[in-house]
Design a protein around this ligand. Structure first.
Ligand SMILES: Cc1cc2nc3c(=O)[nH]c(=O)nc-3n(C[C@H](O)[C@H](O)[C@H](O)COP(=O)(O)O)c2cc1C
Length: 179
């Protein structure tokens, strides 16, 4: 059985969550997306699963969070996306995505959706020192060249929860709506 599920009744948004401190507040993004009439499916990197309340997010979206690859023959659990939002996006995942590395479900999904022609937006959360790395500049340039839309850089707040309260989750939805 490899069938794709029936299309969702509403436009379907993939929210790809990476292992940054601000991920603790990703439920705010899901609420904002649902208020804008998106149906949301969350795909998290394996490390990100420890950064937010997964039970609460599954209840909120009404769907399991996807983090591991399905087994051959298992059905695809999510419909195809109408848009993709990577939030928060880490240094690690952005560099690997740009390099075409697909060793997590999140990365494999990102590499694939880049070719679907759907809008893709990114809310990076990368500390100022890390963001000086030349590989990171090259990754951003490459991803922008692929049509990926980026919000302004956000460095986080190491003191508390990574600055989740100030992250500005709605910026991602604005980017998706921009064109
Ligand atoms: C508490 C904590 C907060 C972190 N916050 C960030 C962050 O804001 N941005 C970032 O790029 N990496 C951050 N990291 C490091 C990432 O978790 C690490 O690079 C990891 O490999 C990223 O995996 P992923 O890209 O597969 O999610 C943080 C790590 C910890 C332990």
């Amino acid at each position: 059985m490899t069938e794709t599920p029936a299309p969702a009744a509403k436009p379907f948004l993939y929210v790809v969550v990476c292992a940054a401190g601000v991920a603790s507040d990703v439920s705010k993004l899901i609420t904002a997306a649902q208020e804008k009439d998106w149906e949301v499916g969350v795909i998290a990197t394996p490390l990100a699963m420890g950064f937010f309340d997964t039970d609460a997010v599954e209840t909120q979206t009404g769907r399991p969070i996807r983090s591991a690859w399905r087994r051959p023959g298992d059905p695809r659990p999510f419909p195809a996306p109408d848009a993709v939002l990577v939030a928060p996006a880490t240094f690690n995942t952005l560099n690997k995505w740009a390099a075409g590395i697909a060793d997590t479900l999140a990365l494999g999904t990102l590499c694939e959706v880049s070719g679907l022609g759907v809008p893709i937006a990114v809310l990076p959360c990368v500390g100022e020192a890390l963001a000086t790395h030349p590989a990171y500049w090259a990754s951003l340039e490459r991803l922008r060249g692929m049509g990926v839309r980026f919000a302004d850089p956000y460095a986080g707040d190491a003191e508390q929860d990574g600055g989740a309260a100030e992250f500005g989750w709605e910026r991602g939805l604005e980017l998706l709506a921009a064109r």
